[in-house]
Design a protein around this ligand. Structure first.
Ligand code: FES
Length: 109
């Protein structure tokens, strides 16, 4: 199993750690674990940007490259886009991502 810790805001220093299997997207893992900061209105079809997350280093280096479609859709995210912003429906879990830390945006709407 792959562990992912989600941090809701800067005051949330402990975060919420979940476990998921390789091959599942970070978005689907978050939804299955009732992580409220991920909405994912489109269900992962890359048409909503409500699955916006910020991935902490060093895991950013382990992620697949961003496609042009993800890059364009991220511009519609409700919270300001940051250098480590990604759409979590596009991030498929691999064993290398075990321990991944993710900051959630202030809002998805
Ligand atoms: S769930 Fe809609 S873009 Fe990711």
């Amino acid at each position: 199993m792959i562990r992912i810790t989600f941090f809701e805001n800067p005051q949330d220093t402990a975060g919420t750690t979940i476990e998921a299997e390789a091959g599942v997207s970070v978005m689907k893992a978050a939804i299955a674990a009732d992580i409220e900061g991920v909405a994912a209105d489109c269900g992962g079809t890359l048409s909503c940007a409500t699955c916006h997350v910020m991935v902490r280093a060093p895991w950013t280096d382990q992620l697949p490259p961003m496609t042009d479609d993800e890059d364009s859709m991220l511009d519609y995210a409700a919270s300001p886009r940051e250098g480590n912003s990604r759409l979590s429906c596009q991030l498929v879990l691999t064993d290398e991502l075990d321990g991944m830390e993710i900051d959630l945006p202030a809002t998805q709407y």
